[in-house]
Design a protein around this ligand. Sequence first.
Ligand SMILES: Cc1cc2nc3c(=O)[nH]c(=O)nc-3n(C[C@H](O)[C@H](O)[C@H](O)COP(=O)(O)OP(=O)(O)OC[C@H]3O[C@@H](n4cnc5c(N)ncnc54)[C@H](O)[C@@H]3O)c2cc1C
Length: 282
Amino acid sequence: MKAPAFDFTQAQSVPDAVALLADTARFTKPLAGGQSLGPMLNLRVAFPEHLIGVRQIEALRHAFIDPANGELVLGAAVRHAQIEDGLIPDVTRGLLAHVAANIAYRAVRNRGTVGGSLAHADPAADWVNTMPLLGARIVVAGPDGEREIDARTFMTGPFTTALDEPELLVAVRVPALSDAARWAYVKFCRKPGEFAEAVGGVLIDRPRAVGRLLIGATDGAPVVLEAPTELLAASSTDSQVAEHWTDDRLRAAINAAGIGHDPYVAQLHLTMARRAIVAALA
Ligand SMILES: Cc1cc2nc3c(=O)[nH]c(=O)nc-3n(C[C@H](O)[C@H](O)[C@H](O)COP(=O)(O)OP(=O)(O)OC[C@H]3O[C@@H](n4cnc5c(N)ncnc54)[C@H](O)[C@@H]3O)c2cc1C
């Protein structure tokens, strides 16, 4: 199949892109790496009339550490391969590079962008699941300026986000983990390079009072379970934090997410969560 006809304009800056996206006369969408939108056009499941190129916007192509708080500011047009190759400052003790290296195939990682992946909001996509685990914030720009959205509330359903039209996703602010932080991110794929059927993630960073477990690749937004604050006290251990996530609690979360009806699917998610716990403590 070939894509339907569309116009293309390369945006020169974020305000330029936002102004172009504000055109209500035509169905207008941003185009980043084209690794999700391209197939959708070719399969004729999307019919935008005007695509706005955003991958070449200079302000979106870089990543830097914010000296004010040590956060990583990851431009929306940073590609998965740049993170895999260690070209981005590492504030996550290797978590971002680990995740990037296991997204699809190198050809996809060479073009696909962090912002495109988050905006596309496929429940099985990796940044959609990783950013809530990290407690990152999504920075979006619109006609009235920028606003930040907690990554845990950014995805509102399958392929649906808190982005308002004509907002553009411009960056992700990733908090720096402490030296004591432990993490794990595991996924079940039928074949290497395929989208995950279930994702489990754990982040225990007690100096920052963070204890988080992720159940991802659900039918909708990822599920993030926060450990109780009292468990994250200085006197606790990482194992005590992890023990909070009993099978009963995990099953309850899986059922609440609406993915517990199929015993195979429920068991897959439970197993990924348990594997993530074991890997984080190893
Ligand atoms: C064979 C294959 C396997 C894959 N496997 C995986 C996998 O295992 N894990 C995984 O995570 N991903 C996977 N992907 C998806 C890949 O990671 C894509 O890169 C990603 O989903 C989309 O990024 P993109 O930059 O190509 O966005 P595009 O395809 O250009 O855009 C995707 C959507 O986001 C919108 N958009 C893009 N940029 C912005 C922005 N800055 N602000 C607002 N909206 C924007 C577009 O309008 C479009 O609706 C796979 C893709 C393929 C083709």
